[in-house]
Design a protein around this ligand. Sequence first.
Ligand SMILES: NC(=O)c1ccc[n+]([C@@H]2O[C@H](COP(=O)([O-])OP(=O)(O)OC[C@H]3O[C@@H](n4cnc5c(N)ncnc54)[C@H](OP(=O)(O)O)[C@@H]3O)[C@@H](O)[C@H]2O)c1
Length: 223
Amino acid sequence: MSIDGYIGSGTGHPLPLSNAADLDRVDAVRASCDAILIGAATIRSDQPRLLLRSDTRRHARLTHGRPPSPMKVTITAGGGLDPSADFFATGETEKVVYCASAVLNEAQERLGSVATVVDGGQPVDVHWMVEDLHRRGVRRLMVEGGQSLHTQFLTGDLADELHLAVAPVFVGDAAARRFVGDGQFPWNPQHRATLAEVRQVGDVVLLRYALSPRFRAESQEEV
Ligand SMILES: NC(=O)c1ccc[n+]([C@@H]2O[C@H](COP(=O)([O-])OP(=O)(O)OC[C@H]3O[C@@H](n4cnc5c(N)ncnc54)[C@H](OP(=O)(O)O)[C@@H]3O)[C@@H](O)[C@H]2O)c1
């Protein structure tokens, strides 16, 4: 996020925040995960590929019998996703769409050839979604935003670990998305979160918070 807490630009275009070293750190975290989840709005605005960049990390995963990049997962209430978006069009890895029941048929028709479309209920319950991902073999899930998903996972007490990377820029536009929206968070002045690590990554600072007993202090990142 920016110094003033924004993760997007407010113009509908992606906001570059990470430096090269931080992008490599994120690549290492991705490599340690079974799946990466992002919101449908981020697919539409940022066109993320969500594939590992490093050949070494891709090969290491293959050596361990894992797919070269983690499974890609998204969630949608309206089903308005384009099958030609980079999220679907890139990588051999499995793609899963959790979709609200009301638009399931429509979404299956549009996305069924490029992804597994799952009836997530009405509305889609993120607690049920993570249990379903567990049934699909996902043990470590990386949630990469945007604001709506950060807010649901944190207010729902579903996150074990928070990586907050602060870039030395301001956005200063209330039309942009902040890291989280309004909500009742388990961490507050009466119950402070545990700061587990502070790491300088060039001009970006990484803050790692331990949010559950499942947090492991040693980094899960692969080389
Ligand atoms: N800096 C970063 O690291 C970073 C990372 C990711 C994103 N971003 C930024 O974040 C912004 C987008 O954030 P956002 O909050 O607008 O969107 P978002 O979290 O990416 O996606 C929100 C969308 O996801 C779907 N969704 C979320 N929760 C749902 C639920 N429980 N049930 C059903 N569908 C659900 C809905 O899709 P439908 O509209 O299809 O129904 C909703 O509109 C962009 O500016 C992007 O650039 C920044």
